[in-house]
Design a protein. Structure first.
Lengths: 606, 318, 312
């Protein structure tokens, strides 16, 4: 083809046919014989190509520069490179890959300073809502500039719906909108890839990939069970922690109102012996008699303290949202307290930071802020800042002051906890097993401040108590004699290791110096599938690409759909990842009971 | 002049020519030089003439051992070609060095990576040599307090653990090719400055410079005709030895995940990707053997040539 | 002599000061904050956290506070690991890296000298070529390639040694075995340099006149070789000890990553990636101090050996 073009150009230049110089004649397309079959691309590629042409980029011509952002990681790199090529081969477009290390990547993601970016979302609880409510307009986890009024309405409606079937149907409608608009393109659903040996009794696969170790027994129990968590915990304070490695450790040190069954993920009694709720909005928990490691009884007050501490802006907890999205008045308290912070520190805030500081203020202020707002307005020169301050002043008087006591959780007595929710939440009992809802021992925090989780200071109430914590080396926990169900705890000691190198951890497991790892090197997965120590089940996590829907060319829905269709998910999953992952055509994984995931495309059966 | 004078008077040679003559006699260094030239030529030629583009992936061919295979066909604009059944059309190809995890031909990647490794090595060395010579020469010429101050600055910078600073800068400044070689060249100039300054200082006082001055030759003439040729020796040696050091540093960075980023590749990146071959589950040895061998051979040749040059320029050293 | 020492010490302190300043500048002007996280917290909440750690103060003030802390030996608090001090994270890491480095140093010196001496004794014969080939290999194979290869050979194929870990105690061979592969990986390149330098130094000395005199006097070959030759011939290798120590320190970053050793290098790389400035600065200062210290040692040795240097 190339040679023909060059030759015709040469002839055109050498000869007298001036016209041909501008447009070197391409080799003529072979005319199909009357009854020979036309070569045709598979239907999804055909549709993608058609959409691109409609959007104004036939065969990729004229497609503006686009960058795909991902954080440094072998797997992300491989997938991004594969997708880049798939888009080239299907649509003829050239995109650039941009690799950033974690913190820089987060900066760009949260500021939506990207065109396309790779993301992943781990379910916080086993319900479709966790995958969908992140895309409402005011969600802090949106990161795409996607804003759809109908979508917001449906999510809100679902949040207040009492009938579980109707609720799921409403969520399905919302997902339908999400998959029609495609601000995000799901790629695959994860599977767990853990390894543990047969001698370890009591470990089960579960879709959340975090294993409560209360009832395990490793061998005969004489040696500690050694688990690799994947990173050194940044903190073990339940109100500040945010990662999976910390979760793996803390789920054994502390216990919430409920715990989830290691296999079925059903909510089971934890500190709470029983609970009642008539309308699904107000829950009354009866606590059993159990103790902290320092001998004091666990009271309802400990839960109240813990939940309030979670939503204290001074702590800057990542998971505050999982409390204030569901507990009555928690969000209002959080907003008001945040506004308190802004106004208190106003005098010290540098002039160039003020605009950012007041951006959310109109939505956050409450009655008590009017005086401080007025003072700030009087002294402010900057027009934009003044505008926002005025808006805040207008909004403030209509909002009641919410103090921490108004937040919907209280101790009716030492052994009775009453929680009031924003709306009936079917997965609330699962939330109460989450670390953000753990009880916290006030006296330890008061006495030791930031250092209360050190081995010499920590006070906990779970099946295991901390014995040693050598940073970057290991955490050793031992069966806690003060635990209410200590009779059921069989394993005397557990050791947690913080190795983040997947190959290293894998080698350690093979050498016998580690008894549990939660990832394996990508390259060995298809060999390991035959290994009985390898455990793989669907994991409630979606890997997806996120688009900035306000920038050309991604502001056109057709372009987004074309890009989504052109990714050969089956190839990625079967040839690149090879772990048994499933291709994702919907945002919500298909394994959630009673919910029908809404795919953006259904492959026609051959 | 009588005929006798012609016979007796020896040919005069510059130190450079003498050194080249000695170098030519060093068989090992010569062979390595040729090998280097061949490798360099290969890195330019192979990706250009190879049927495989170093970025082209075919996931069906991931982790293939060296040997023949089939690859998806694409037309000129890069669009995939399908047949009547909607299946991708395949064509037969040969993978000389096998493929990597994305199904990319390893040979094209190894030689493309060689280009980047060489480029980084040469450019960074060029930067450090340029800066070093200017800095050292200026310091030597100015002399006195300025000289002391400039050398103190060099001492302070010597104290910086430079790999650490490189790691920090790479983390923060992003990973473009330009940043990589600038940052790696940034520390190379220190030794060069010291060497050049030392040489010039010792030469400044020598008789032939005095003589040239006495004859009224201008400063520029002194610099270019007398000083620079004498300084050139150590500079050339150091340059040749600095290139492998930089290539090694770049590989080190890539191993930590901080070096060259996609779509470019370098030997360090390839070796990093290849360490997955170290296992008892699957034999993937070609992934680490080929880039590793290329890196080792190149480093060996560069070091040999550097040693040869050093022997050639300095008769006293063994 | 004392004047020399004092001058160098003062220079060392000034260097550390400059390093701290440069590192501070690089950290503060870099994109990304230690407090950005995946789950979005409102900007003001994050800023409040930054306020807690003093980020809102003018840079000069922050710099002043940091320097006054360092002067008192307080390395500050970590931003990433809440409630932890930099010192308690960094010093144990340093202890681990130092021990690994010391073992590697000893291995490199011992085998380097042995190989070099052997090569010089049987110059241009079998042992010489063997030794020099090994040396060349050491220079050309980077430690991040060598490490995995050693693991492949000695653990995967031969199962002699463990691929990872750090000895829990130093009294049993079973635990000490864990050190072998990482220390060898770290030492290998330096064995190469030391052996080359030793060989060159020995050959240099062995051709000197006083050796010929000793032989002519009738002393045994071994006496000549060891008593007279060795003493003088190993000088070049010994002067490499300083730079070698510095390279071992920096080279340990990769070795720690490959063998999962909880040393200072791991902290350094992680803190750079996580923007934990206090740990980053703490580790840089420790590394710099070590480099300066060993450079000083080298200069001291030169001064002791060569009086001309002292006068300079």
């Amino acid at each position: 083809m190339r040679l023909a073009a060059v030759l015709s150009l040469a002839f055109a230049i050498a000869g007298c046919d001036v016209r041909a110089v501008d447009a070197p004649a391409p080799a003529p397309a072979p005319k199909p014989a009357a009854d020979a079959a036309e070569p045709q691309a598979p239907p999804h590629i055909e549709e993608a190509r058609k959409l691109m042409a409609e959007a104004g980029y036939p065969a990729g011509k004229g497609f503006p520069k686009m960058e795909l952002l991902y954080n440094t990681n072998e797997a992300h790199k491989k997938i991004a490179a594969a997708v880049q090529q798939m888009w080239k081969q299907a649509l003829g477009i050239d995109i650039e890959l941009r690799n950033m290390e974690w913190k820089t990547y987060l900066e760009h993601l949260t500021r939506v300073d990207y065109q396309a970016a790779r993301r992943g979302w781990v379910a916080d609880y086993p319900d479709p809502n966790t995958f969908l409510d992140m895309f409402i307009t005011k969600s802090g986890n949106n990161n795409t500039k996607f804003s759809h009024a109908e979508y917001d309405k449906l999510i809100d409606e679902a949040g207040r719906e009492k009938d579980p079937k109707k609720r799921l149907k409403t969520l399905e409608k919302a997902e339908r909108i999400l998959m029609d608009e495609l601000p995000v393109v799901p790629i695959y659903f994860y599977v767990t890839q853990c390894m543990w040996r047969r001698q370890t009794d009591g470990l089960f696969d579960n879709a959340l990939n975090v294993h409560p170790l209360k009832e395990i027994l490793h061998g005969d129990g004489s040696k500690p069970f050694i688990m690799n968590t994947g990173a050194e915990p940044q903190t073990l304070d339940p109100n500040i922690q945010r990662g999976v490695p910390e979760h793996r450790v803390n789920i054994n040190l502390f216990e919430g109102l409920t715990v989830y069954h290691p296999k079925t993920l059903d909510a089971q009694p934890g500190v709470a012996e029983s609970w009642t709720s008539e309308d699904g909005r107000t829950w009354t928990f009866k606590l059993r008699a159990c103790k902290w490691t320092n001998g004091r009884a666990v009271t309802a007050g400990d839960f109240v303290y813990g939940w309030r501490r979670e939503i204290d802006p001074a702590l800057a907890s990542d998971y505050a949202y999982i409390v204030f999205n569901y507990i009555k008045n928690a969000k209002e308290y959080y907003d008001g307290a945040t506004a308190d912070l802004v106004l208190k520190g106003w005098a010290e805030t540098a002039a160039d930071k003020r605009l950012e500081a007041v951006a959310e203020l109109p939505a956050q202020v409450q009655k008590r802020h009017v005086a401080a707002l007025q003072k700030a307005l009087d002294a402010e020169k900057n027009e934009a800042v003044r505008g926002l301050l005025s808006k805040a002043i207008t909004a403030a008087p209509d909002r009641a002051d919410i103090s921490v006591d108004d937040v919907g959780v209280r101790a009716a007595d030492d052994r009775t906890l009453v929680a009031e929710l924003v709306a009936p939440t079917p997965f609330f009992l699962y939330l109460t097993s989450f670390f953000a809802y753990f009880p916290i021992p006030k006296e330890a925090v008061d006495k030791h401040g930031d250092r209360w989780t050190r081995p010499e200071n920590i006070v906990s109430n779970g099946p295991y108590g901390m014995k040693e914590w050598v940073p970057n080396s290991h955490i050793l926990v031992a069966k806690s004699p003060s635990y209410w169900d200590a009779a059921k705890v069989r394993q005397p000691q557990i050791k947690f290791l913080p190795h983040d190198n997947v190959t290293t951890a894998f080698n350690m497991f093979r050498a016998g110096t580690c008894d549990y790892i939660d990832t394996v090197p990508l390259e060995f997965v298809d060999e390991l599938k035959k290994d009985p120590d390898f455990h793989s089940v669907p994991y409630l996590t979606t890997y997806f690409y996120s688009f900035n829907v306000t920038e050309k060319p991604l502001d056109d829905r057709r372009v987004r759909r074309a890009l989504a269709l052109a990714i050969e998910r089956e190839k990625i999953v079967e040839k690149l990842l090879k772990g048994g992952q499933s291709p994702a055509y919907s945002m919500v994984p298909p394994s959630l009971a009673g919910y029908e995931a809404q795919p953006f495309y259904v492959k026609p059966k051959k | 002049m009588t005929a006798a004078d012609h016979e007796i008077a020896p040919e005069s040679r510059s130190p450079l020519q003498l050194a080249m003559r000695r170098f030519r006699k060093n068989a090992r260094a010569l062979i390595c030089l040729i090998l280097l030239a061949l490798t360099g030529a290969a890195t330019l030629a192979v990706p250009w003439i190879s049927r495989h583009d170093y970025r082209f992936q075919d996931l069906d061919n991931a982790y293939r051992a060296p040997g023949p295979g089939e690859r998806a066909k694409v037309d000129e604009s890069g669009l995939a070609v399908y047949d009547e059944n909607g299946e991708v059309v395949k064509e037969k190809v040969y993978y000389v060095m096998g493929t990597d995890g994305n199904g990319r031909d390893l040979m094209a990647r190894v030689f493309m990576g060689g280009r980047i490794s060489f480029a980084v090595g040469i450019l960074a060395t060029f930067v450090s040599v340029l800066v070093g010579i200017c800095y050292g020469a200026t310091s030597a010429f100015l002399g006195g307090r300025t000289d002391t101050l400039l050398m103190r600055i060099v001492d302070v910078m010597y104290g910086l653990p430079h790999m650490m600073v490189v790691i920090i800068v790479m983390t923060f400044a992003g990973r473009s090719f330009v940043v990589v070689f600038l940052v790696l060249g940034f520390f190379g100039w220190l030794t060069m400055a010291r060497i050049v300054r030392g040489q010039i200082l010792s030469l400044k006082e020598r008789e032939f410079v005095e003589a040239a001055r006495a004859l009224g030759t201008g400063a520029a003439s002194i610099i270019f005709r007398h000083l620079i040729p004498n300084v050139l020796g150590p500079v050339i040696v150091y340059t040749t030895l600095s290139i492998p050091a930089v290539i090694l540093q770049e590989s080190f960075l890539s191993f930590l995940g901080l070096g060259i980023s996609e779509p470019q590749t370098s030997w360090g990146v390839l070796i990093n990707e290849g360490t997955v071959a170290v296992n008892n589950v699957k034999n993937l040895s070609w992934l680490v053997a080929f880039p590793g061998a290329c890196l080792a051979i190149t480093l060996f040749c560069l070091n040999s040539v550097g040693d040869g040059l050093r022997d050639a320029f300095d008769v006293q050293q063994r | 002599m004392t004047a020399f020492l004092v001058r160098r010490l003062v220079a060392g302190v000034l260097t550390l000061f400059a390093i701290a300043t440069i590192s501070f500048a690089v950290c503060r002007f870099a994109p990304g904050s230690p407090f950005t996280s995946e789950k979005n917290v409102p900007a003001e909440v994050r800023r409040n956290l930054e306020r807690k750690y003093g980020f809102d103060r003018p840079l000069v003030v922050q710099y002043g506070i940091m320097m006054s802390r360092y002067v008192r030996g307080d390395l500050g608090e970590s931003f990433q690991y809440r409630g932890r001090e930099v010192g308690e994270l960094v010093w144990p890491g340093f202890a681990v890296s130092a021990r690994l480095g010391a073992v590697a140093f000893v291995i490199a010196m011992f085998f380097g000298l042995a190989l070099g001496v052997t090569a010089s004794k049987w110059q241009n014969q079998g042992p010489d070529y063997a030794a020099m080939s090994t040396a060349t290999l050491g220079i050309c194979v980077p430690n991040f390639l060598l490490g995995p290869l050693l693991v492949l050979v000695f653990h995967v194929w031969l199962t002699w040694f463990d691929p990872t870990g750090w000895p829990e105690n130093w009294w049993t061979w079973a635990e000490l075995k864990k050190l072998v592969l990482p220390a060898c990986t770290l030492a290998f390149a330096h064995i190469a340099y030391v052996s080359r330098l030793t060989r060159a130094g020995m050959l240099d000395v062995l051709h000197k006149d006083f050796i010929r005199t000793a032989r002519a006097k009738g002393l045994s070959e071994w006496s000549v070789f060891l008593k007279h030759g060795l003493k003088n011939g190993v000088t070049p290798a010994l002067t490499y000890a300083g730079p070698m120590a510095a390279y071992i320190i920096t080279g340990s970053v990769v070795v720690e990553k490959i063998f999962a050793i909880p040393g200072l290098g791991t902290h350094f790389v992680n803190s750079a990636l996580n923007r934990d400035y206090s740990i980053l600065m703490g580790s840089i200062l420790i590394y710099s101090s070590l480099v300066i210290f060993f450079n000083l040692l080298v200069d001291l040795m030169y001064a002791v050996l060569d009086p001309r240097v002292r006068m300079n």
